[in-house]
Design a protein. Structure first.
Length: 208
C-alpha cells in the first residue's frame, strides 16, 4: 500500500442520479471497504457499478450521503475499455510510474499475465496505436492492468478490467493480483460470477 495511507473507503446513505428527472443510480447506498479486502461488485448494466467507482474517485459528487476516502493519490484505476494511447508499451507503462525501471515493468507485466511482451521483437519498445492498436483487446487490457500495478497505491479499482480475457487467464490475473496486493484494498467490478471465488466480500447491485 501507499506508505502512510490506509486503504479504507466508507460510503453512508449515498444517493446519485444523473439528472433531476432521472432515476437514482444509487439510492441510499452504504458500504465500508476495509483495508486489504477484495470486493467483487456485480450487477446488471445500469445498476451503478461504475458510478460507485467514479464517486470514490471524486469524478462525480453524490446528491446525498457521505463519502470517506483517502486522497486521490492513494488510488490506482483501470477503467472500462481500451485505455492505451499511441506510443510504445514502455511509454504507456510509465503513465503508472514515470520512474519505473524495465525490470519493474516486466514484473508488473508478469503479474498481469502479459509476459508476451518479452517475446515481441521490440519488447517494451513495441509501438501500439491509440486504444492498443496492434495488440489484441485481451493483450491491451493486460498491459493496462500492469500500468495500474506499477502505480503505488492503497486502493486498486478494476472496472471490467478483464472483460476481454478468457476465464482461465482472468483467474490467473486475479490470483496474481491477490498475491501481489495482499495488503491493498481491491474493488473489482465484473459481470462474471466466477470472479467471486477470489473475493473476501461481494456486493450485488440492482437497478433502482
Amino acid at each position: 500500500p501507499l506508505k502512510g495511507v490506509r486503504g479504507s473507503v466508507r460510503l453512508s446513505n449515498v444517493s446519485y442520479q444523473y439528472s433531476a428527472e432521472g432515476k437514482k443510480v444509487l439510492d441510499h447506498f452504504s458500504h465500508e471497504f476495509l483495508p486489504g479486502s477484495f470486493t467483487a461488485v456485480l450487477g446488471e448494466t445500469g445498476a451503478g457499478k461504475t458510478t460507485l467507482l467514479r464517486i470514490m474517485l471524486r469524478l462525480v459528487e453524490p446528491q446525498a450521503g457521505e463519502v470517506e476516502a483517502p486522497p486521490l493519490r492513494a488510488f490506482s484505476y483501470v477503467p472500462q475499455g481500451n485505455t492505451l494511447f499511441s506510443g510504445s508499451i514502455r511509454e504507456n507503462l510509465r503513465i503508472g510510474n514515470p520512474e519505473a525501471t524495465s525490470q519493474q515493468m516486466f514484473e508488473a507485466l508478469h503479474v498481469a499475465q502479459a509476459d508476451f511482451v518479452r517475446d515481441l521483437p521490440r519488447g517494451l519498445d513495441t509501438m501500439c496505436g491509440e486504444g492498443g492498436g496492434g495488440l489484441s483487446e485481451g493483450q491491451a487490457q493486460r498491459v493496462a492492468i500492469a500500468r495500474a500495478i506499477l502505480r503505488p497505491c492503497s486502493i486498486l479499482l478494476l472496472d471490467e478490467a478483464t472483460s476481454a480475457l478468457d476465464v482461465d487467464t482472468e483467474r490467473a490475473v486475479l490470483m496474481a493480483i491477490r498475491e501481489h496486493y495482499a495488503d491493498t484494498t481491491i474493488i473489482f467490478v465484473t459481470h462474471r460470477l466466477s470472479a467471486v471465488q477470489f473475493a473476501t466480500d461481494e456486493i450485488h447491485m440492482k437497478s433502482t
